[in-house]
Design a protein around this ligand. Structure first.
Ligand code: UT7
Length: 338
């Protein structure tokens, strides 16, 4: 990965967090009733115990809108104040309009410019960086950045290699320009991003779009579901998330020793453990909630950030390290001063 040049002072702050998880819980036991797996295998290999599944009539924009309302309430901003909505998702309501436009309609944010970002599990941090650029250039002052997924709509429930891993949910943050010299908490200090399209085939949904439309001939092979080379993905995830974390910390002028809490993408407890160990961070400085929700792709980081915030695990001044990896491959890391 090429080393990014150091970034100018960027005055964007997270001023509110929110999340929404669908009510229905699907446990490992439930899955073991329809596919050849066990709670023991899933728990030891991934750390996941259960995940949430959205209702049939609940679309990604419904999850996103509820998370957005909660983040706006926490931030104390009205829908009219929102000037930009970015939804990171690989499970949009439709090919178009964007899911962000549906969120705009549902929350009544009539003054916002709206679009989606597609970077799989790194999507939230990509979207955060895009929003930050809008804010730091003076183009917008207040934005909603949302990670939302209904991955249950992309899962092949007959494939035990993947169906045990994923879940549905949404998380959101409100970010706002912070004036220089002020002591605003939630300030995003640095972000690094990377991509390697040469490895696109290792994690993908090959069908259902222009490359391989669904036809009566191919529908039975379920090309419109998640295909993953798990072991390869695992290796790249550890390497890239570690690198990205170290770079984001370096740009912020910090080291891992300064980190109060790392909030990593929630794909696998073993991946998170490997990164924490290499960064020299003890378990109490690593946030994990994948036991409850599984991998919700772009939603994992904003959901975890909201839960850490609500649980009182983020104190003013804390250095929070966010780091993600996903299909593309893509990866990203942000350092936030809470
Ligand atoms: O979010 C984007 C990034 N995604 C990730 O970072 C995910 C990265 N990968 C992983 O988390 C892990 O590779 C998995 C959890 C997906 C798989 O764990 P693993 O330790 O790499 O297992 P494996 O794929 O090497 O499979 C080991 C064995 C195989 O059996 P054989 O060939 O050794 O007989 C699989 O068929 O486990 C078998 N297996 C299962 N057994 C019971 C695979 N899935 C299951 C299952 N239940 N659900």
């Amino acid at each position: 990965m090429s080393k990014p040049s150091s970034q100018p002072f960027c005055a964007s702050s997270i001023i509110g967090t929110g999340s929404y998880m669908p009510e229905k819980v699907m446990t490992n036991e439930d899955i073991s009733k329809f596919v050849d797996t066990s709670d023991e295998w899933i728990t030891t290999r991934t750390g996941i115990k259960e995940r949430r599944i959205a209702a049939a009539d609940e679309a990604t924009s419904d999850l996103a809108s509820e998370a957005a309302r909660r983040a706006m309430a926490a931030a104390g901003v009205t829908a009219e104040e929102i000037q930009l909505i970015i939804v990171a998702t690989v499970t949009p309501d439709m090919f178009f309009p964007s899911t962000a436009c549906f969120v705009q309609k549902k929350i009544g944010a009539s003054n916002a410019v709206c679009f989606d970002v597609s970077a799989a599990c790194s999507g939230f941090l990509y979207a955060l960086q895009v929003a930050r650029h809008f804010i730091n250039t003076g183009n917008r002052t207040t934005a909603l950045v949302i990670g939302a997924e209904k991955l249950s709509s992309l899962v092949n429930w007959k494939d035990r290699n993947t169906c045990v891993l994923f879940g549905d949910g949404a998380g959101a943050v409100v970010i706002r320009r912070a004036e220089e010299g002020t002591d605003a908490s939630g300030r995003v200090l640095s972000t690094v991003m990377g991509s390697d399209g040469n490895l696109a085939d290792l994690l993908k949904v090959p069908g259902g779009a222009s490359f391989c439309p669904i036809t009566p001939e191919n529908v039975a092979t379920r090309p419109n579901t998640i295909h993953m080379e798990g072991r390869e993905t695992f290796k790249h995830a550890v390497t890239r998330m570690l690198e990205a974390s170290q770079q984001a910390l370096e740009i912020a002028g910090l080291t891992a020793a300064d980190v109060a809490l790392v909030i990593p993408h929630q794909a696998n407890a073993r991946i998170i453990g490997a990164i924490a160990e290499r960064l020299g961070l003890p378990p109490e400085r690593v946030f994990m909630n994948l036991d409850k929700y599984g991998n919700t792709s772009a939603a994992t980081i904003p959901v975890a950030l909201d839960e850490a915030n609500k649980a009182g695990r983020l104190n003013k001044g804390d250095v929070v390290l966010l780091v993600a990896f996903g299909g593309g491959f893509t990866w990203a890391s942000s350092v936030v001063r809470w």
